[in-house]
Design a protein around this ligand. Sequence first.
Ligand SMILES: Cc1cc2nc3c(=O)[nH]c(=O)nc-3n(C[C@H](O)[C@H](O)[C@H](O)COP(=O)(O)OP(=O)(O)OC[C@H]3O[C@@H](n4cnc5c(N)ncnc54)[C@H](O)[C@@H]3O)c2cc1C
Length: 432
Amino acid sequence: MFSSQQISDSLWAGVSPPRAAAPALKGRADTDVAVIGGGFSGLSTALHLARAGHAVTLLEGRSIGFGGSGRNNGQVIPTMTAAEPDAIEERFGEAGERFVGLVRDSASYLFDTVRIEGIDCEGEQTGWFQPAHRESRMKLSEARVNAWAKRGAPVRLLDRGEASRVIGSDRWHGGMYNPTGGHINPLALARGLASACETKGVVIHEASPVETVDRRGGKWHLKTRDGELVARAAMLATNAYTGFLAGGLAPKVARSLVPVLSWQMATTPLSAEQREVVVPGREAVSDTHGDLHFFRFDKRNRLVTGGALAIGYNGPERLKAIVGRRLQEAFPVLGRPEFDFVWNGYIGMTEDRFPFVSQLGPDFWCWAGCNGRGVGLSVSLGRELAAAISGMPEEELALPMSDPRPIPLHSLIKTLAPTAMLPLYRWRDGRD
Ligand SMILES: Cc1cc2nc3c(=O)[nH]c(=O)nc-3n(C[C@H](O)[C@H](O)[C@H](O)COP(=O)(O)OP(=O)(O)OC[C@H]3O[C@@H](n4cnc5c(N)ncnc54)[C@H](O)[C@@H]3O)c2cc1C
């Protein structure tokens, strides 16, 4: 089911503080809230529920951080990829306004959580920069800066000269800068959140894929191979990986997502001279390309970057050539960069590029569909979903509620879309 590139191939697997595996669920157990999935969403929900005094059990199918949370680029970005604040508010009214506020504050909230819980995850709140890859995209950057500034985000529009100083390259044309963003080691963050959960009494079981969820006698019954967890409330936090480990789990949610493989890569550590030129302020950078160009430093001064492929054949070698050339063109000081790590993971795309936050039944919550931008978002949504599970009234929640939106001909679209969409993005990227 998974591509040959496993999480163990990632840079993060090699450099994160180790974690002793939690035992699998065996036999019957009872809890107040059951959380399915040990990524940022599930862990943050569990953490906030435990802080509020709830008994929580989290079931992870493989290991903590096995999904997108342990494999991503670690850019902490306080915006969505495609959904703009005006559109969110128009669609969801006051809940949309509260959600826009959640997104605006999501990067700071993540870094605050890291500080409060004392998590060692190489966090650097150095800012996030979204440079415009064509002169014409400066209009988009300007519109975004205006929209977020109107809602109190500390964003700035940088001109071409400023962009060139931030990035260390004159390939880009200016763009939107937000000082609250930055980057983290994502697997270390997932493991750190898991430890914080356990310290507060959350019971974690790994290697425990949930096969089915049924409601009987007013409770949720979660079945794993060797056990059953019975809970008052439940949270489905399997995101792009819904249906990967157990085909029968939440098929409507799985059919609403197209899992798209995103490739990540890490160079050999850069020299001090190279670092004086390339992103000298160590910001997280991801630009306006649809076929995204992105990079950030890790603690060992590797550039962590990546790219997309329409066809996965011989992926690592082809990417080394494509992304190596791209970096060399932007930063001649790098020469042709060498890559020590190439890995990948699935991003959950939705048809309308907007996530869904849903109630799948009484006290059964879910969100999915980050569309590539969920590091900050999932930690903040975890807080909000924990509040919902604790009984906070809907009119106070920053949750844009909607049902999962199953995609017609899902099996076909799931197979074809990733291959078909990339050429379209590239075509659009080259036009004004
Ligand atoms: C390669 C890549 C790069 C990315 N880069 C960025 C970035 O730089 N910035 C950004 O903001 N976002 C990025 N994202 C998106 C971000 O990683 C995700 O939005 C975020 O991690 C989602 O977290 P999650 O907890 O909701 O889901 P996940 O982390 O995917 O967790 C879901 C978990 O559910 C588990 N699971 C699945 N089925 C079952 C089952 N039946 N029973 C129990 N457990 C189950 C899985 O094993 C998995 O651990 C990237 C994603 C990828 C894949």
